[in-house]
Structures are given as structure tokens and as C-alpha cells.
Design a protein around this ligand. Structure first.
Ligand SMILES: Nc1nc2c(c(=O)[nH]1)N[C@H]1C(S)=C(S)[C@@H](COP(=O)(O)OP(=O)(O)OC[C@H]3O[C@@H](n4cnc5c(=O)[nH]c(N)nc54)[C@H](O)[C@@H]3O)O[C@H]1N2
Ligand SMILES: Nc1nc2c(c(=O)[nH]1)N[C@H]1C(S)=C(S)[C@@H](COP(=O)(O)OP(=O)(O)OC[C@H]3O[C@@H](n4cnc5c(=O)[nH]c(N)nc54)[C@H](O)[C@@H]3O)O[C@H]1N2
Ligand code: SF4
Ligand SMILES: [Mo]
Length: 692
């Protein structure tokens, strides 16, 4: 009997990117634990990944290649050989590419965050084919752009400083569910006497454990930030020296926020004037006392029309009060900008055929894209989609349109997956992919500062192959002869980071595989003396780049597309706002098919305020239909004051096929995009609810 422990990394789309220790006995992974020595993981995993072997050895894993035999969406398949699968795909792609390769569309996101199993060999093949590019906007692009205009690269406070903050504002996040290892440090800060405030329309698991919960209307965060700036300036709770040295456009900002009075802001946000003033005072007075205050800004603020502007406005706050002077002060949106990646060496955009036109398709309105007939402006109709690391039929907005797109008989669809997801049901060819325990990868993170390496622990299950290997086989069948198409996963892993940089040169790939992780060498306090990566090197209250992009150069309020205030006509028909943030036991649509985790979530449900329930004769436990002009879905009602009046909360993202009506929350979400970055507006919609 042989037993060993392998260093791996949690591959999921979660800011925590935990370091794993996998126990393997006689070739079988028997236990997955958090590495006790990794400073943020600290030996603890969330419930989902603590049970990782359940997912890995799940009886429903795809074990061999299959081809569709039923109708699209029906989910009927027949086993075929790898040779037949690869030949079929190569034949169809060649035929389409001969007419116009732009008719081929990749669809991939962060099913694994791995840099090797993500955009490396897959991207090389798609680039060489001359396929359309994919703009990967589905999660973080609105905020990323808003942050960039204001502060530059996505670099912020080190999460390992959290426990030293005296005030922590959790703005649009629910860390107990989605950023557990940050939350542990928030608890430590709380024990040290820090005040914790949540800003969230919903009394989430995390919000209910904070000292204060400010329940704003969805999509009004930018107004709240304007109101805070108004009070900070009016009450002179400012760090004049920091403003003078390290910011740009303070005078214009001062004029801009002059009429953003607490009264006006309270009205827009659906909160009290005292809450606006109190929040600003907590923030500004703490800073005056020399105490570090930390804003953890998450994705909740980015999923409405003005999502980019919301992130921009909030990003202006630390510079006003000088919070950046402290290691535990400032703002943490994402740490991803600190990593020195070699994305081009992995993805090789240079393989794209010279002198060919290119086009970029946005993943956030994939439904409309698939149904587009083609035009001079749009380019050719999409004829093939290659899906990997994503489940668009469940996760993309306005699901009925997405499903209609994937149901097109003249569309050739290839899906690489672990399981037969809602998207897999529409595949022409369905290929079994390996999971993290079965393949190698290199990882950056967006919640901490460690470069990570994940070693394979077990042999592939069944005939599953890594994404990389599948694309290597495809490259060969397509006749691609460049040496880069035969590079091994280990060679790709070695390319993932640039080790010549001051932040990384203390380590290398061989060492990273041995130790599992290594911290970026970055200053503990990123912006104590400015040094923002904006054009001016300052925190830009006024942004020329925004003006050039046709945007308001100053912080502003962009109302939601659909809300009782911004669209009263629509609200007359659909009076309730709806948000569908992540459920604790799922990771986007991943894990929904793991029974123990699904059982903990129960069945698809919505949270509804008692007043709204009573007005509709809805009692707790009733089955209800949630609907608008785009579609409907059925869920069980929970009647609770956790949802503020006028709000429906549908924790997500359920597999459609596991719901009684084969639908989920994305039936009612819209394909409209954010103000910046072309992001989705998952939390910007109005619905009506009725008892079934
Ligand atoms: N368990 C679990 N963890 C996850 C995920 C998961 O699905 N499950 N998903 C991962 C991914 S891909 C991401 S992007 C992150 C997301 O990480 P977070 O952004 O922390 O996501 P949530 O935990 O849903 O927190 C979002 C919160 O924002 C609130 N919210 C909604 N609209 C608004 C608004 O307009 N303003 C404000 N202020 N708040 C609003 C919601 O009620 C919710 O409580 O989590 C990652 N981690
Ligand atoms: N209504 C609503 N919709 C949302 C959101 C919301 O809050 N509300 N959140 C949005 C956000 S923030 C995000 S990031 C997106 C997430 O959307 P996706 O990135 O599509 O995430 P998942 O739903 O987890 O699907 C990932 C799929 O990749 C597969 N996978 C994992 N590893 C591998 C691998 O190594 N190889 C292959 N071939 N497949 C693999 C998994 O089995 C899984 O089915 O959803 C968005 N959709
Ligand atoms: S999902 Fe997040 S918290 Fe859970 S193990 Fe993975 S990285 Fe850690
Ligand atoms: Mo995300």
C-alpha cells in the first residue's frame, strides 16, 4: 500500500485560491485538506472543496467522448472513440474556417482559474484558426475598468492586513459564502475592536453578522459614495496633504459632489439621511484619528447599469481621507493586477493569421450573438462554438435566448466538461475533461498575493483528458505543425509567470511545484506615497481617459436600467427588483449536481419581504412564479425581512435541469451591458411574483 501527499490548488473562481494537500492512497485521492502553512488558507477549506473527492469521483462524471443522437438540448448521446471525436471536430472546423474562420466562437471562463487549463493551448488553436476573439466580461470587467480609470491596475490592500483594520466596510460582498478566508480575518479585526459595516440590499449571511447593515437599493452604490464624499468635504474630514500630493482633480470633484446632499442620496438609495452621514463620519473621523479603514469592494456593486462608475466612485474614497497611508487601509477589489503573467506566451495571439480581419464577441450577450444572422457590421453568423470551463446555458443572462441560440440546428457545438451540464445537453460533440486532481496547473489569484502551482495527484478518470491535451490533439488533426502545439503541460506551466520581475525573481517554476506557493514581493503598503498606475500616477478624481472614451470624467450616478425610481412605467407592471447572488454551497453553477451540497441549499427558492408576500397572498413555503417580459422561473418562497421591501433574492446559480420547471434565475435577467467594460447586469431587473 502506497500513500503520499500532493500539493495542489483549488481551481475554482473564488478570491481565496486555497493551497490544497491531497492524500493519495494506492492511486486514489482519499482526502483534500487546506495547507496549514499557507498564510491565507491556514488549513481551512470551505464545505464545497473539503468534499472535493465527492465531485472528483462522482458517478455522473463524463468518462468518454460522445456524440449527440437526440435533439439539441435533449441530452441524448452515444459513446464514440477519441479518434472519431477529434476527426469530426477537425473536419467541421476546417470546413467552416475555409469559408470564414470568424464564424468560430470560443466560449470559456473560469470553471478552472488555472492558467494552463485556461487560455493556453486552447487559445493557441483558436488563434491559429483565425477564430473570433472572446471578450471575457461575465464577471469583473465593469469594475476592472472603473478601477483602472481611477487607481490603475487591480492592486489594493493585502488581505493579510485585514485583521489590523479598525473599520471594515464590506461593500457588495458576502464573504461568508464567497470569500471565507477574508471573513476569518474580519472576525479577528472584530475581536480587536474594529467596527464592521455591510452595504447590501440583502441581509446576507455576512451582513447579519456585521455591527451595521446599510440596505441600499440595488444599483445605487455610486450615489452613496457621492453622498459620502459630500459629507467628507463639507465636514472637512479630509487628508489635505494626501489629496494635494497624490490625487488629481480635487477642485472639480468638490464642485461635482456639492449637490449630492445626504437627503438626495438617501432618497435614491432607499436609506435614511442619518445612515449616509453616519457612514461618512465613521469613515472620515476614524482616518482623522489615524486609524486604518478598509473597504472590501466586491461584485455586488458591479452588476447593474452603472457598475463601472460605482467601483470608480468607491475607489475615490481612500485617497480623500488618506486611508492608503496604512497597510490595513485602502480598498481591496482584486489582487490580480499584482501578478506578472506571461499571458501572450501561453495564448500566442501572434499565431492569428496575418492580414485577416478579426472580431471580438462579448460573452455577456451570447444569446443575441448566437441568434445574429450576420451582417457587414457584425461579420459572419456564428457557425461553431467551442465551450470549455463554462456553462453558458445556465450562467449567461436571458437564458431563453441563450438556449434558443444553442438550439440552432445549423450551429456546431463542442463542449469540454466534467459533467453533463445544461450546456452539454446542446453539444454535438461532448468531451470528458479532467479535474484539478488529474492535471497540472499554475495559478494566480484575485484575493491574495501568492503564485501557486498545482500538481496532478491521480490519473485521469475514465478516458478524460486535460483541456490542453484535447487541443493538442485537435491541433494535430487540423495540420498545425508549429512546435508550440506539442508543448507539454509542464512546459506551459513554466511559461505562466515571468520570473525576471522584482516581484517574482525569488522563485521559479521548479521551486513553485515543490513548495506549492510563493508570495509576490510587493510593498506592504501599496500607495502610501501615491504611485498609482494611472496616466498621471495619481488617484484620478478627474479622468481624461474617461472623457476620451465618451464617459463622464468625474464621479457620477448612473441609475439602473430597471428600478422603481428610474423606470416607473416598467415598475407599474413589475414592481419588484431582483438580485441572484451566489449561494454558499454552490460555486456559480459548479457543485449543484453534488447531492450533499444541493441538499444543504434545498430547492430553488426566493427570499421575499413579509409586506411583499402579504400583498400577494404568499406564505412561506408556497411555490411561486417569478416573471417579467423576458421569461419566468418557479421557486419556493421564503418570507423574510432579510430581503428589503421591494426586493426578491434568488440565490444562484441552479442547474436548470435540476429545477422542477427546468429553468433558473437567468430566465428573467437581461442582456443589457454595464456602463464600462461590457459587463453583464445580472442585478438590474424588475419582476413580478405570483403564487402558483
Ligand atoms: N460559495 C460561493 N463562492 C463564490 C461564488 C459562488 O458562486 N459561491 N462565486 C465566485 C465568483 S465567480 C465571484 S464573482 C465572487 C462574488 O463574490 P461577492 O461579490 O462577494 O458575491 P456575493 O457573495 O454574492 O456578494 C454579493 C453581495 O452583493 C449584494 N448585492 C447585490 N446587488 C447589490 C448592489 O447593487 N449593491 C450592493 N452594495 N450590494 C449588492 C448581494 O446581495 C450579495 O450579498 O464569489 C466567488 N465565490
Ligand atoms: N443570475 C446570475 N448569473 C450569474 C452570476 C450571478 O451572480 N447571478 N454570476 C456570474 C459570474 S460572477 C460568473 S464568474 C459566471 C460564472 O460562469 P462560469 O464560469 O460558466 O462558471 P460555472 O457555472 O461554475 O461553470 C464552469 C464549468 O466549467 C467546468 N470545468 C471546471 N474545470 C474544468 C476543466 O478543467 N476543463 C473543462 N473543460 N471544464 C471545466 C465545470 O464543470 C463547470 O460546469 O456566472 C455569472 N452568472
Ligand atoms: S472555493 Fe474558495 S474557499 Fe473554497 S477551497 Fe476553493 S479557494 Fe478555498
Ligand atoms: Mo464571477
Amino acid at each position: 500500500m502506497s500513500s503520499n501527499v500532493v500539493r495542489a490548488v483549488c481551481p475554482h473562481d473564488c478570491p481565496d485560491t486555497c493551497a490544497l494537500l491531497v492524500t493519495v492512497q494506492d492511486g486514489v485521492a482519499t482526502e483534500v485538506k487546506g495547507d496549514p502553512d499557507h498564510p491565507t488558507t491556514a488549513g481551512v477549506l470551505c464545505t464545497k472543496v473539503a468534499r472535493y473527492t465527492e465531485r472528483t469521483y462522482h458517478p455522473d462524471r463524463l468518462l468518454y467522448p460522445q456524440k449527440r443522437v437526440g435533439k439539441k438540448g435533449e441530452g441524448k448521446f452515444e459513446r464514440i472513440s477519441w479518434d472519431e471525436a477529434i476527426e469530426t471536430i477537425a473536419y467541421r472546423l476546417k470546413e467552416i474556417a475555409a469559408r470564414n474562420p470568424l464564424a468560430i466562437m470560443p466560449y470559456s471562463y473560469a470553471g478552472t482559474m488555472g492558467l494552463v487549463q485556461g487560455e493556453s493551448m486552447a487559445a493557441r488553436v483558436l488563434h491559429k484558426l483565425g477564430a473570433s476573439f472572446l471578450d471575457r466580461t461575465i464577471c469583473a470587467s465593469a469594475g476592472g475598468v472603473g478601477y483602472k480609470y481611477t487607481l490603475g491596475d487591480r492592486i489594493g490592500t493585502d488581505v493579510e492586513q485585514t485583521q489590523n483594520a479598525r473599520l471594515i466596510i464590506i461593500w457588495g460582498g458576502n464573504p461568508i459564502a464567497s470569500n471565507l478566508h477574508f471573513w476569518t480575518r474580519v472576525q479577528e479585526a472584530k475581536r480587536n475592536g474594529a467596527k464592521i459595516i455591510a452595504i447590501d440590499p440583502y441581509r446576507s449571511l455576512s451582513a447579519e453578522k456585521c455591527h451595521q447593515h446599510i440596505a441600499v437599493r440595488a444599483g445605487t452604490d455610486s450615489a452613496l459614495a457621492l453622498g459620502m464624499m459630500h459629507v467628507l468635504i463639507k465636514e472637512d474630514l479630509l487628508d489635505h496633504d494626501y489629496i494635494a500630493q497624490y490625487t488629481l482633480g480635487f477642485e472639480q470633484l468638490q464642485q461635482r459632489v456639492a449637490d449630492w446632499t445626504p437627503e438626495k442620496v438617501a432618497e435614491i438609495c432607499g436609506i435614511s439621511t442619518e445612515e449616509v452621514i453616519g457612514l461618512a463620519r465613521d469613515y472620515g473621523e476614524g482616518a482623522k484619528r489615524g486609524e486604518p479603514s478598509l473597504i472590501r469592494m466586491n461584485y455586488g456593486v458591479q452588476r447593474t447599469h452603472g457598475g463601472g462608475m460605482a467601483v470608480r466612485n468607491i475607489s475615490c474614497l481612500p485617497a480623500l481621507v488618506g486611508a492608503w497611508r496604512h497597510a490595513a487601509g485602502g480598498v481591496l477589489l482584486s489582487s490580480s493586477g499584482g501578478f506578472v503573467k506571461n499571458s501572450d506566451a501561453l495564448a500566442r495571439p501572434d499565431l492569428f493569421p496575418a492580414n485577416h480581419p478579426s472580431r471580438t464577441l462579448n460573452m455577456s450577450d451570447v444569446g443575441n450573438t448566437l441568434l445574429h444572422p450576420g451582417s457587414d457590421e457584425f461579420g459572419p453568423k456564428v457557425e461553431a462554438v467551442i465551450v470549455y470551463n463554462s456553462n453558458p446555458v445556465a450562467i449567461a443572462p436571458e437564458s431563453a435566448v441563450v438556449a434558443q441560440g444553442f438550439a440552432r440546428d445549423d450551429l456546431f457545438t463542442v463542449v469540454l466538461e466534467h459533467f453533463q451540464t445544461d450546456t452539454a445537453d446542446y453539444a454535438d460533440i461532448l468531451l470528458p475533461a479532467t479535474t484539478q486532481l488529474e492535471h497540472l496547473d499554475a495559478h494566480s489569484a484575485y484575493g491574495h498575493r501568492y503564485m501557486m502551482a498545482s500538481n496532478p495527484a491521480i490519473a485521469p478518470i475514465g478516458e478524460a483528458k486535460p483541456n490542453t491535451e484535447i487541443f493538442r490533439l485537435l491541433a494535430k488533426a487540423l495540420g498545425f505543425t508549429e512546435a508550440c502545439f506539442t508543448e507539454s503541460d509542464d512546459e506551459l506551466g513554466a511559461l505562466a509567470f515571468n520570473y525576471q520581475h522584482a516581484r517574482t525573481q525569488h522563485t521559479n517554476w521548479e521551486q513553485l511545484k515543490q513548495t506549492g506557493w510563493s508570495k509576490l514581493n510587493m510593498p506592504e503598503i501599496p500607495f502610501a506615497q501615491g504611485g498609482f498606475t494611472t496616466p498621471s500616477g495619481k488617484c484620478e478624481f478627474y479622468s481624461q481617459q474617461m472623457l476620451d472614451a465618451g464617459l463622464d470624467p468625474l464621479p457620477a450616478y448612473i441609475p439602473p436600467y430597471e428600478s422603481v425610481i428610474s423606470n416607473p412605467q416598467l415598475a407599474a407592471k413589475y414592481p419588484l427588483a431582483m438580485i441572484s447572488p451566489p449561494a454558499r454551497n454552490f460555486l456559480n453553477s459548479t457543485f449543484v449536481n453534488v447531492k450533499s451540497l444541493r441538499d444543504t441549499e434545498g430547492e430553488p427558492h426566493i427570499d421575499l419581504h413579509p409586506e411583499d408576500a402579504a400583498a400577494r397572498q404568499i406564505a412561506a413555503g408556497n411555490m411561486v412564479r417569478i416573471f417579467n417580459d423576458r421569461g419566468s422561473f418557479v421557486a419556493k418562497a421564503r418570507v423574510t425581512e432579510k430581503a428589503k421591501p421591494g426586493l426578491v433574492v434568488a440565490l444562484s446559480i441552479w442547474w436548470k435541469k435540476l429545477a422542477s420547471d427546468q429553468k433558473n434565475a437567468n430566465e428573467v435577467t437581461s442582456q443589457r451591458l454595464t456602463d464600462m467594460g461590457g459587463g453583464p447586469t445580472f442585478y438590474d431587473l424588475l419582476v413580478q411574483v405570483e403564487k402558483l
